[in-house]
Design a protein around this ligand. Structure first.
Ligand code: UT7
Length: 330
């Protein structure tokens, strides 16, 4: 007879307990890029992408540095000690090395010793995949608190002379601590809505180890503006809510025009006119897996969101991969 293997007790749900982010100090404006000799201008970038400035890391400032700093801030915000973290997940697609991964080094730097640690590579959707994985680990009883970090150093992978990419991509890290809902608390992370479109894999690629990022901008733009809003609505439905329940929309910050198109579709589906919409791309550029937690943290610092707000997160990008979920902000 097959033995019955013991299982962990199921937990009712998970919640985000703390939040933190870091950006490099160096601010790079559109004028700076034009002045460096790239054939572009402030008006084109603002008009087509919405970016005014972004942050570039120093050569000696690594992805692991930024991820560790963001993770430590999220831990402090949650009021937890490193010893209370059971797993560390880093969502990234820009580690300079294939091995080792980022997460084990980040865990060690923060003082989370011998915890499970793994990287999630779903490019710009990586943070939402990491958050969903953390929530499921907690629900299944395999971890009590999980640190989820989105961190990218895209400048390592971008040709500084390619005007189609060097104006868009930037560096930074954002993190959340996810813990179990306790007592009468309701679950604060809804089920994930996720998928992929591998037939469009060639539209965003780093072709080989010595190449830079290549992107078919218009093809990805069309895909994002037609296929991703339904994913946003699906995430709302899976959480048992309606668009009118959403206080804040935080899509991946790829292009302000994509953000606005998604907000418009959600308003048409019943979202409230006072729904806050993340526009962090204006000041931070496109930081791939870091863009969603960075945007939430900046909105919190600016007083644009409050604890308890219901936020809809939607990540999409290379793969092509996408994922979204509704969360209650800490
Ligand atoms: O984060 C991962 C997911 N990524 C996305 O979601 C990105 C989606 N795509 C986009 O956001 C946009 O397609 C881009 C921002 C990448 C490009 O904007 P676009 O409006 O689609 O421009 P385009 O590539 O169609 O280029 C239009 C024109 C071209 O010139 P011609 O051929 O019409 O003469 C480009 O050469 O603009 C030119 N151009 C530029 N001009 C000034 C391209 N980049 C620049 C630039 N400055 N930086």
């Amino acid at each position: 007879m097959t033995p019955q293997l013991q299982q962990n007790p199921i937990v009712a749900g998970a919640r985000i307990r703390g939040l933190g982010s870091v950006q490099p100090e160096q601010v790079v404006t559109n004028h700076d890029i034009a002045a460096s000799g790239v054939e572009t201008n402030d008006e084109w970038i603002r008009d087509r992408v919405g970016i005014v400035e972004r942050r570039f890391a120093r050569p000696d400032e690594s992805l692991v540095d930024m991820a560790s700093d963001a993770g430590a801030k999220a831990l402090a915000d949650a009021g937890l000690a490193p010893s209370e973290i059971d797993a560390v997940l880093v969502a990234t697609c820009t580690m300079p090395s294939q091995i080792p991964n980022a997460s084990a080094q980040v865990a060690h730097r923060i003082g989370v010793e011998a915890s499970p640690a793994f990287d999630v590579n779903a490019a710009c959707a990586g943070f939402c995949y990491g958050l969903g994985t953390a929530a499921d680990m907690i629900r299944a009883g395999s971890a009590g608190n999980v640190l989820v970090i989105g961190a990218e150093k895209l400048t390592d992978w971008v040709d500084p002379n390619d005007r189609s990419t060097c104006i868009i991509f930037a560096d930074g890290a954002g993190a959340v601590v996810v813990g179990a809902a306790t007592g009468d608390e309701a679950a604060g992370i809804g089920p994930i809505a996720a998928g992929s479109a591998g037939d469009l894999a060639e539209t965003i690629v780093v072709p080989d180890r010595s190449s830079f990022i290549y992107q078919e901008g218009q093809a990805v733009f069309r895909w994002a503006t037609t296929k991703i809003s339904p994913v946003a609505v699906q995430a709302i439905e899976r959480a048992g809510l309606t668009p009118g329940d959403i206080d804040v929309l935080v899509p991946h910050q790829a292009n302000l025009r994509i953000v606005e198109a998604m907000a418009k579709r959600l308003h048409a589906a019943g979202a409230r006119s006072d729904m806050a919409v993340a526009d962090d791309i204006i000041r931070s550029g496109n930081t791939s897996a870091a863009s969603i937690p960075l945007a939430i943290d900046h909105m919190r610092n600016d007083g644009r969101v409050r604890s308890g707000d219901i936020a809809l997160l939607v990540g999409f990008g290379a793969g092509l991969s996408y994922a979204g979920q509704v969360v209650v902000l800490p």
